[in-house]
Design a protein around this ligand. Structure first.
Ligand SMILES: [Zn+2]
Length: 73
């Protein structure tokens, strides 16, 4: 595990956190809602896509563009 993969709670610095929601942003990042299992607080992180997710995202982006084209016909 790389150091930057460990997400610490900004409140109590615990590494004991859980992802409760994951969303893509338009600039190629993923916004993750996390919950600290030690103090119970929620916080949000912005992370770069992992390589394998990025390919999927590119495909979804293409599908979205095609859908847009279809809608405007
Ligand atoms: Zn905490």
């Amino acid at each position: 595990m790389k150091d930057d993969e460990i997400m610490r709670c900004p409140y109590c610095k615990s590494e004991n956190t859980k992802v409760i929601d994951s969303r893509e942003t338009k600039d190629g990042k993923v916004r993750r809602k996390r919950k600290c299992l030690d103090c119970g607080k929620n916080f949000t992180t912005y992370e770069l896509f992992e390589q394998r997710l990025f390919r999927l995202d590119e495909l979804e982006e293409k599908v979205r563009k095609i859908e847009d084209i279809v809608k405007h016909w």
